[in-house]
Design a protein around this ligand. Sequence first.
Ligand code: 5GP
Ligand code: MN
Length: 319
Amino acid sequence: MEGFKEAFDKIKKASHIVLISHINPDGDALGSELGMYPILKRMNKKVTVVNKTKPLPDYLDFLPNFEKVTDKLPKSYDLMISFDCGSFDRLGIEEKPPFLINFDHHVSNTRYGDINIIDPNAASTSEVIYNFAKANNIEIDKDSAICLYTALVTDTGSFQYESVNDKVFEMAAEMVRCGVKPDFVSRMLFQRDRLSRLRLLAKAYDTIELCCDGRVAFVEVTREMMEITGAIKEDTDTIVNSVRAIEPVEIAVMLREDEEGIKLSLRSKTCADVSKIAVKYGGGGHIRAAGATLKGEFDFSKVKKMLKEDLKEAVECRE
Ligand code: 5GP
Ligand code: MN
C-alpha cells in the first residue's frame, strides 16, 4: 500500500509521537490506536495516546494500555498519527500538528494528513495497521494483537458485514497466533451489558416507525429517555443496527437528541449508500454505516421530513 514505507521512515525519525483517534471512539478507533502503542514503545519512542472524549467507553476498558489514554495533548511533540478518523474536526483538536500521518478506511476521508494511508477496502482501520506492520516486518505482540483483533470484531459486526473476506479471516487467525483468545474478547465486548442500556432499548424500540413500504425504519432516542433510564451515550451505539435487522428494512435511521443538535446514525443492509446522505448533511462514514450531527433548530419530525426524499431515493436500489 502506498505510504507504508514513507510513514515508517517518518516514525523512525520521530522522538515524541502522539497517537489520536476520533471523538466518541468505537472499538476500531481505540483498538487501532492502542494496537500501535506497543510497536512504538518497542522502538523506544516517547508516546502519548490521546482521545479527546471523556469518559471513554468502559466496554473497551480491557484493551491493554487503555489506562494510558489521556485527553490532553502534550505541549510539544514531533509527529501525530491519527486512526479511524474521516476528517480533521473529528479529532477534537484545534491546533495543527507539526506532521500528521492519517491511517483510515473511510471512503469519505478528507485526506487531512501529510501522509494519508486510506484503504476503503479494509474492513477496519486495524486491518490497515496490520498490513502496515506486515509490510515493514514489524512484530505484533499479544497486547497489540488483542487491540487490533477487537477493532476487527467491532467494525465487522462480529464478522458479519460484506467487508468480511478471506483477508479478514487471515488477519484474525494471525492475531490468534499472536496470543488473542477470541472467547475472552467476546466476553469482554458482549457479556458485560448494562441494565440501563436494556431499559433504554425498550423505550427506543417503542418509537420505531416504518416508511417507504417498510424499507426505511426510524428510531428515536430523546434526552428524556436517557435521563429516565440512566443510560449514557454509548448505550445507544447498537440500537440502529438492531432496527436495521427488521424485515424488509433496507435503511435504519436513529435520531438522538444531543447537546450540539440531532445526531443521525444511518445503517443500510444490502445496497443503499448511506454515506452519501450523511455527507449531504455535513457528516460522513461508510456505505453501510454513516452519521452526521444536525446543528440548529431541528426537531425529530422536521428531520424525518427533510430526509424522506433522500431515503426514498436511496432505497430504490436492489440487491
Ligand atoms: P455512528 O452512526 O456509529 O456514529 O457512525 C457510523 C459511521 O459514520 C462511523 O464510521 C463514523 O465514523 C461515521 N460518522 C458518524 N458521525 C459522523 C460525523 O458527524 N462526521 C463524519 N465525518 N463521520 C461520521
Ligand atoms: Mn473503523
